[in-house]
Design a binder for this molecule. Structure first.
Ligand code: F6R
Length: 617
């Protein structure tokens, strides 16, 4: 969704802002803009469309100042137009503002400001906030109480806001200062060498510094080129904690890959190693987690788990459900975070609540966590982005440690979430009935996962050829059973989001209860058919499809003996332990979706209408 970057320092701001905006492109946006303070005035360049359009527009503005703000907008209030793009400037010309989030009471504030003579150029809620700051600035006599009038006007205006925001503000009367604040929208301060950068995402600042302060909700930061101070909305001083980002700018580059998605698919063996690192017990029979903040004794009291998430992370919850129930024999419920937050579900008293989220900023997932905590449940998070809102608000959790995921379609974060789920299942199982030797076998299987994923990735050339034959279809079904049913859902989601082919995922045996009506030579089916007890049942489902002329792509494990001619295409993945199978099975569907999207000429890393982290409802 929207991205923020702001700069105060010695360098020309515009190039740093545009570079930051390019690095934020992956989050999804529809327009972009910058504002630089120079010669006592605010110079704004903004354009609907890609950052590339903005770069051309900015080149016509001679932006030389060293203080500036930049924004990528994902439309909420008002259409995708140049006028609605940020930054917005107050009608008195004194303030420029960029904003992520939604101001819920903007209409009421707008009426008030119109009565006071303020005028508006856009349909956005952001412009209302910008004018509200100008209003408070005009009301406050200069130098009142020796405070910074710019900072205090922002603070006053924010005191009236209902909703969510990450903002950065410039004021013409304070030519080398910037004020930024957050409430439920991410904001990070980068502490550089006589320069500061604020950004909604570390990728926009990591090329200049790895030292960061993760701002908390209700905090306001005031920047000059040499100083920064953080206070709360209530004017209390905050002692900042400077953290270090553990990844560098090269991790956020595509390298030799055509797309971030492709890079991240091929990074999965390393990503899984990083997720596991240091998390097995010395005797090699169970998992250890540093930050759960739940003792073994407390875990023993837990009768059930509730997992909540959205999208791909929700599919990782479903796999985790299967693994915990199968190996630890503890009931698990999985809910969409967006549903859980409103449906007031009755929960068993000894329930432990978990959320899974790559970004840690998905608003529905955050709201579900807050709802569980409000009801008095302990709430843990499985999350990739260090210092995210979720990581801070959860009672404890497990970081995925897979580095930045830039491709909008989640790949390495998904398999790493399954890895964490598999480790949690092991930990719980070893506290109950799993024997030492079964634990050792399980641990060794997980340690072997990266090599098996590598073997599955070796099928890429074959899958690319298959993709060429299937890119012309308009509909596709993905079918799997047990722990691979969530993989069927994930395969369908991957395909639809990046190639715009309509796709559905079902448990294979459900197919005959309705979806079979869709089957014809125009609707291929992708089947997960691993060897095992259920294999003959999956073969029966395939035969039902074949009888109706449906093309079949079968993803089988070594040793699965398909009747000759049943499948039109066969992709073989290695035989794996049950806990590892979902990670390995993810590879062919990720590759198939990716190559089909490329074949159809789709913009894989920036699929239409999608945003990397969904921070509005
Ligand atoms: C799909 C995808 C989304 C996300 C979902 C949750 O490829 O990436 O479905 O999984 O928006 O995002 P996080 O995990 O950041 O909470």
């Amino acid at each position: 969704m929207c991205g923020i970057v702001g700069y105060v320092g010695k360098q020309k701001a515009v190039s740093i802002l545009l570079e930051g905006l390019k690095r934020l492109e992956y989050r999804g946006y529809d327009s972009a803009g910058v504002c630089v303070l120079q010669g006592g005035k605010l110079d704004v360049a903004k354009k609907a469309g890609r950052v590339a359009n903005l770069v051309k527009e900015a080149a016509t503005h001679r932006l030389n100042g060293t203080t500036g703000i930049g924004h990528t907008r994902w439309a909420t209030h008002g259409g995708v137009t140049d006028a609605n793009a940020h930054p917005h400037v107050s009608s008195d010309g004194k303030f420029a503002l960029i904003h992520n989030g939604v101001i819920e009471n903007y209409a009421q504030m707008k009426r008030f400001l119109l009565e006071k003579g303020y005028t508006f150029q856009s349909e956005t809620d952001t412009e209302v906030l910008c004018n509200l700051i100008a209003y408070h600035y005009a009301k406050e006599p200069a130098g009142n109480h020796g405070t910074n009038r710019f900072l205090e006007s922002v603070r006053k205006a924010l005191g009236h806001v209902e909703g969510t925001y990450g903002i950065a503000v410039l004021c013409v009367d304070y030519p080398s200062e910037l004020v930024a604040a957050r409430k439920a929208s991410p904001l990070i301060l980068g502490v550089g060498d006589e320069e500061y950068i604020v950004a909604s995402d570390a990728s926009a600042l990591v090329s200049r510094t790895q030292n960061v302060v993760y701002l908390k909700d209700g905090e306001i930061v005031h920047l000059t080129p040499k100083t920064f101070s953080i206070t709360t909305l209530d004017q209390a001083d905050v002692s900042p904690v400077v953290d270090r980002i553990t990844w560098s700018v090269t991790d956020a580059d595509k390298g030799d890959f055509a797309h971030f998605m492709e890079k991240e698919i091929f990074e999965q063996p390393v990503a899984l190693e990083n997720t596991m690192r240091g998390r097995f017990s010395e005797d090699g029979s169970t998992a250890n987690f540093g930050g759960l903040n739940v003792t073994a004794a407390e875990f023993r009291q837990i009768d059930r788990f509730l997992f909540c998430a959205c999208g791909t992370a929700w599919h990782a919850c479903l796999v985790t459900e299967h693994l915990i129930e199968r190996f630890a024999r503890i009931p698990v419920e999985v809910d969409y975070a967006s549903e859980f937050r409103y449906r007031n579900a009755p929960l068993h008293s000894n329930t432990l609540f978990f959320v899974i989220s790559q970004s840690g900023e998905t608003i529905d997932t955050l709201a579900a966590l807050r709802e569980a905590k409000r009801k008095g449940y302990k709430a843990l998070a499985i999350n990739n982005v260090v210092g995210s809102s979720l990581a801070r608000e959860a009672d404890g959790g497990i970081y995925q440690h897979v580095g930045p995921e830039i491709g909008v379609a989640s790949t390495k974060a998904f398999t790493s979430q399954i890895m964490v789920g598999a480790m949690v299942a092991l930990y719980l199982a070893r506290m109950r009935d799993m024997s030492f030797s079964d634990g050792v076998e399980y641990v060794n299987a997980l340690k072997g996962a990266p090599a098996l994923v590598r073997q599955a990735l070796a099928q890429a050339p074959k899958i690319r050829e298959i993709a060429k034959r299937y890119a012309k279809y308009h509909d596709m079904l993905f079918l799997g059973r047990l722990s691979l049913f969530p993989l069927a859902l994930e395969g369908a989601l991957k395909l639809k989001e990046i190639s715009y082919i309509h796709a559905e995922g079902y448990p294979a045996a459900e197919m005959k209860h309705g979806p079979i009506a869709l089957i014809s030579d125009k609707c291929p089916s992708v089947f997960f058919a691993p060897a095992g007890d259920i294999f003959p049942k999956i073969v029966s489902s395939m035969q039902e499809i074949k009888a109706r002329k449906g093309p079949i792509i079968a993803i089988v494990t070594e040793g699965a003996d398909l009747p000759p001619g049943l499948a039109d295409e066969v992709i073989t993945i290695p035989h794996c332990h049950e806990a590892v199978l979902p990670m390995v099975a993810a590879i062919p569907v990720q590759l198939l979706s990716y190559y089909i999207a490329v074949e159809r000429g789709c913009d894989v890393d920036k699929p239409r209408n999608l945003a990397k982290s969904v921070t509005v409802e």
